[in-house]
Design a protein around this ligand. Structure first.
Ligand code: G3P
Length: 214
């Protein structure tokens, strides 16, 4: 399973890039809004310079033509830009056109296997089931991810599944066990993934022993 970072914060992306484990980034309008005053295009271009992999930038138009116009513009910002499109009738229509033009898409706000089937039928490159938000309302988010992976396999569908709305390290493990191609992870969760008390204690002891040698 590939690891993407789910943030528009350049400092977080710089830090994570140095680990060498992140192969893409996803942003959305809410994540952009957290970066007060940041220009959207400049931010996406900067992210593209930090991580050489798929970088999702979301459209904000709600109609097909508006989405297509925004997507064509955003796709010119950098060769790695992936257009994030909401799964709505308008979004599916835009995805069909963009896919025919060779523009990569990430169908977002996916909460069901039916939506994921439609995303694949429209030619989506990626689909992003939001497992944390499903858990929030008492549904089993990871079961939806697993079901999407399973039905895609049944038909050899090439759309890749990005487990999104990840809230804690166990979500990452569950996404990997479910067969998600990618998990897009907040920076905080990425740092939690590397931590283990036995690693810290073990390293402290190695260092103390090393310092005490004759
Ligand atoms: O990429 C969008 C998705 O990961 C949102 O996560 O935490 O706002 O539900 P969250």
């Amino acid at each position: 399973m590939r690891i993407f970072l789910d943030t528009a914060n350049l400092e977080e992306i710089r830090q994570a890039a140095a680990w060498g484990v992140v192969s893409g980034v996803t942003t959305n309008p809410s994540l952009m809004a957290k970066e007060k005053g940041a220009d959207f295009q400049e931010t996406i271009r900067e992210i593209c310079s930090l991580i050489d992999g798929p970088i999702s930038a979301e459209v904000t138009a709600l109609d097909t033509e508006g989405m297509i116009a925004q997507a064509r513009d955003q796709a010119k910002w950098h060769r790695n830009v992936v257009i994030k499109v909401p799964i709505t009738p308008a979004g599916l229509g835009a995805t069909k056109v963009l896919s025919a033009e060779g523009i990569s898409t990430n169908l977002t706000l996916c909460f069901s296997t039916n939506q994921a089937l439609l995303a694949a039928a429209a030619g989506a490159t990626y689909v992003s089931p939001f497992l944390g938000r499903l858990d929030d309302i008492g549904h089993d988010g990871i079961a939806v991810v697993a079901e999407i992976v399973s039905v895609y396999k049944n038909y050899g569908l090439r759309t890749q599944v990005i487990a999104a709305s990840i809230r804690h390290p166990l979500h990452v493990v569950a996404a990997a066990k479910a067969g998600a191609h990618i998990a897009t992870i907040p920076y905080k969760v990425l740092t939690q993934m590397v931590e283990h008390p036995l690693t810290k204690n073990g390293l402290d002891r190695f260092m103390a022993d090393w310092a005490s040698r004759k």
